[in-house]
Design a protein around this ligand. Structure first.
Ligand SMILES: [Zn+2]
Length: 347
């Protein structure tokens, strides 16, 4: 079904031709094509001699498709005017149809033109967790070489991407290697849909999860687990409560779990004990979301500790685009910190 889209000889054809040769499902055609005001005077020869039929009008204004060969080799077929209407492929509309079919919190619809490539649109983003996101594009080629151009223009952005194509068949070795180097992937829609072309969101999500797993580590210095932060969640959505000196219970929207300092990347390897960042986190809990100079854990190295705590928190939660902390000044003009997440000590 999807594959057939790429086999269309041009973006505009009459409805009968599109239905006969490519997309058998008229519902599907309506999701990807727009009707124009033009009508075709040729018609596919279904079950006839294999000619291209001509559209002829009878005296009573009804239409017939007559054999294109002379002398005639197949029978006249009565047709509806609507079947001769020229339909025009609409890439944005198709992108909308795809994102709606894939509706999961991990796929965000945000359709935008790609100035460097007319045959391609950005359909939105894939967000594995937190505010981490990767652009997802759709490209439909009608001419040879178009796919290569689309691929090259994305690789030039130097940003990992996911490119949806009607089919990933016939990908050259060079293209596969270029994708690997760019930490990017192509997804053929035909592989993640049933025989009617209906997309399977769970299958698509599984392959996207694999894509996220192969991404380079954004901060190898922090060795921690990755919290399953719901897509789009921010610091304010996170609540941390100490359950004892070495563990916390974390809640973010519908996700909750208990984690130790080790899992959160706040382990002092030499001592096999919590490090200074964990100490600082406990300080924030004691003051329920702030860390002032009145804190028993206040110390001269706290600015650097706060930077390290920020790095650990960002990687653990997958929220790299904003700082988990704000600064403020106390009555003596000294710089103190406030956390954007909620935090409290053990009861
Ligand atoms: Zn014929």
């Amino acid at each position: 079904m999807w594959k057939n889209l790429e086999l269309l000889p041009q973006p505009e054809s009459n409805k009968a031709f599109i239905l006969e040769h490519f997309l058998k499902d008229s519902n599907f055609v309506g999701k990807c094509f727009d009707p124009t005001k033009e009508f075709s005077n040729s018609f596919p020869c279904a079950g006839g001699c294999g000619c291209i039929k001509r559209v002829a009008e009878l005296p009573d204004k009804s239409l017939v498709a007559v054999c294109g060969e002379s002398p005639s080799m197949c029978e006249d077929v009565p047709i509806e005017r609507e079947d001769t209407r020229i339909l025009s492929f609409n890439l944005r509309k198709t992108a909308g149809f795809i994102t709606e079919a894939l509706a999961t919190p991990h796929i965000v619809k945000d359709i935008q033109a790609v100035p460097t490539c007319a045959g391609m649109v950005r359909v939105g983003f894939y967000t594995p967790r937190g505010t981490i996101k990767f652009p997802v594009y759709l490209h439909v080629a009608f001419e040879n070489g178009e796919r290569q151009h689309a691929l090259n223009s994305l690789i030039l952005t130097k940003e990992p991407f996911i490119l949806l194509l009607p089919t990933q068949d016939g990908l050259a070795v060079g293209e596969t290697n270029a994708l690997k180097t760019a930490n990017s992937m192509i997804i053929g829609l035909d592989r993640y849909s049933d025989e009617r072309g209906i997309l399977k969101p769970a299958d698509m999500l599984a392959v996207l999860t694999g894509f996220y797993k192969i991404q380079p580590d954004p901060d190898p210095e922090v060795d921690c687990q990755l919290f399953d932060t719901p897509p789009g969640a921010e610091w304010k959505d996170i609540t941390i409560k100490f359950t004892d000196g070495h563990t916390v219970r974390i809640t973010c929207k519908s996700v909750t779990g208990v984690f130790g300092y080790f899992q959160m990347g706040m382990n002092d390897a030499r001592k096999a004990a919590p490090n200074k960042q964990w100490d600082l986190l406990q300080g924030f809990a004691e003051e329920r979301g702030q860390f002032t100079w009145e804190n028993s854990r206040a110390n001269r190295g706290q600015k650097k500790q706060k930077q390290s705590l920020k790095a650990a928190m960002q990687k653990f939660f997958g929220i790299f685009d904003s700082d988990p902390f704000d600064d403020f000044k106390d009555h003596k003009g000294r710089i103190c910190y406030r956390s954007k997440f909620n935090i409290s000590p053990e009861d």
